[in-house]
Write a protein of this length. Structure first.
Lengths: 277, 173
């Protein structure tokens, strides 16, 4: 026993180093289990308050740009306003009916922290569970895909954006409907890759790549990017393309969090099917 | 003694805020240069700090940084490796008679050559560990190494210039 204590005393620095390093690696590799690490991410209160303060300050310097975006969005909404339509036929009357049910609900949120220069970038938003945001919801900006909500606290949330090497959603070539897998190689915030398009797919530069709607979070057909380069290697079984991302990740101001109101119904139905079938 | 502890705590908070709120947001050379100046808080620990304390402070510093970047364990791990090697680097670089009690790990106290050696070795170690943990693949190894090298250079420049700006040479004299 005594020699054990002596051993510990003699190598206490090395042992301490190993114990702490083991703790680090434990934290690193249980990241998928996100409830446990909730206190070491930027949705915790102190950190997000700080980010919010800093953003308040920085926003004054960017008011021009924010105004432009808001004005543009306003114009888009005005276009959809019934008052900007003229009745062309008098014999048709619209009755408030039950044919349309709301499926997606949008909540606007402000980006209070954002990075694009790392491999694992995250975005912090100023909306949390109190505003109806929950894990897994889609985030869009000007109807273009941004990412999905990864962690939430009462007033803040952290988003896993497309510009993170860990996020690989399935995507669709809009014209042909072929499915591929999106991947961000990690060096440029405006460029991504899509792998695994079937060999027979007819692809052209400038074609749109959109979300599938298979993953229950993103609405179908949200724009991700446009094809900039096609890599059709004859020796390969699949076609790989490089795309220009439509969202400007380095200048996000306001985004919309999308809530799928029919998600629970769909999940409940899908859960009826046994997993091994 | 209390003054030394207080100074170190203030420096820690200040550097963490500068790193998280300003430096992390700056995009230099298309994301190739990502300086991490917060490690200056560990480099500035007094020369005779017990090794176990250096380790614990390094771990805490890394973990605090991780909170800002939502990367649990990443900065903490890199800081630990640096904190573990820091006393070794100091003893390798020590003058023949050993360090005076009044010596501080700064440019003003031990000279630019000593400081450049000391800081560049440790900064490089920290950045190499950090970027390799972040990417964790062999594919882009050359790119990862290049990013680490360029970033370490940026960190060093910021730290050395910062010292000339903050410390008053007459007061240190």
């Amino acid at each position: 026993m005594r020699s054990l204590f002596q051993f510990i005393y003699r190598f206490h620095v090395g042992l301490l180093f190993l114990v702490l390093q083991a703790l680090c690696f434990y934290l690193l590799f249980q990241q998928n289990n996100f409830h446990k690490t909730i206190f070491i991410n930027s949705s915790n209160k102190v950190v997000s308050e700080l980010f919010a303060k800093r953003n308040n300050l920085a926003d004054y310097l960017r008011l021009d740009e924010i105004n432009d975006t808001l004005a543009w969005e306003n114009a888009q909404l005005k276009n959809r306003d019934p008052r900007s339509f003229v009745k062309l036929q008098n014999d048709l009357v619209m009755i408030d009916d039950t044919i349309l049910g709301r499926k997606y609900l949008y909540t606007s949120a402000k980006v209070i922290n954002n990075s694009v220069n790392k491999k694992s970038n995250y975005i912090t938003l100023n909306k949390g569970t109190k505003h109806g945001v929950s894990e897994g919801m889609a985030v869009v900006s000007l109807d273009k895909a941004v990412g999905i909500v990864r962690h939430v606290s009462d007033h803040f949330s952290v988003v896993l954006p497309l510009v993170n090497t860990k996020f690989q959603p399935s995507v669709k070539h809009k014209k042909s409907g072929e499915i591929g897998v999106f991947y961000w190689p990690g060096n440029r915030p405006d460029e991504g890759e899509v792998h695994d398009f079937a060999k027979y797919t007819v692809l052209q530069k400038g074609d749109s790549i959109v979300t599938t709607g298979y993953s229950s979070y993103f609405p179908e057909g949200i724009l991700i990017g446009t094809i900039s380069e096609i890599n059709n290697d004859p020796g390969d079984d699949f076609i790989q393309v490089t795309i220009n991302l439509s969202t400007q990740f380095d200048r996000l101001n306001y985004v919309n969090v999308v809530q799928n109101l029919m998600l629970e119904e769909r999940k409940a139905l899908e859960d009826l099917v046994p997993k091994d079938e | 003694m209390i003054r030394v502890i207080l100074n170190n705590i203030l420096r820690f908070v200040f550097l963490l805020l500068v790193q998280a709120l300003i430096v992390n947001r700056v995009n230099i050379l298309d994301g190739l240069m990502l300086p991490f100046v917060y490690i200056f808080a560990i480099l500035m620990l007094p020369l005779h700090t017990p090794r176990w304390l250096v380790l614990i402070i390094a771990f805490a510093t890394g973990l605090a940084m991780d909170m800002f970047t939502s990367t649990p364990g990443m900065h903490a791990s890199a800081c630990l490796v640096m904190g573990f090697l820091q006393p070794h680097v100091q003893s390798v670089l020590s003058p023949r008679e050993g360090y005076e009690f009044t010596d501080k790990p700064t440019v003003q106290s031990l000279g630019l050559t000593w400081y450049a050696m000391f800081a560049s070795v440790l900064t490089l170690i920290h950045h190499l560990v950090l970027f390799n943990i972040e990417y964790f693949k062999f594919e882009g190894l050359a790119m990862t190494l290049l990013t680490a090298l360029v970033s370490a250079l940026g960190t060093l420049i910021l730290m050395i210039v910062g010292q000339y700006l903050i410390f008053n040479p007459k007061k240190q004299g």
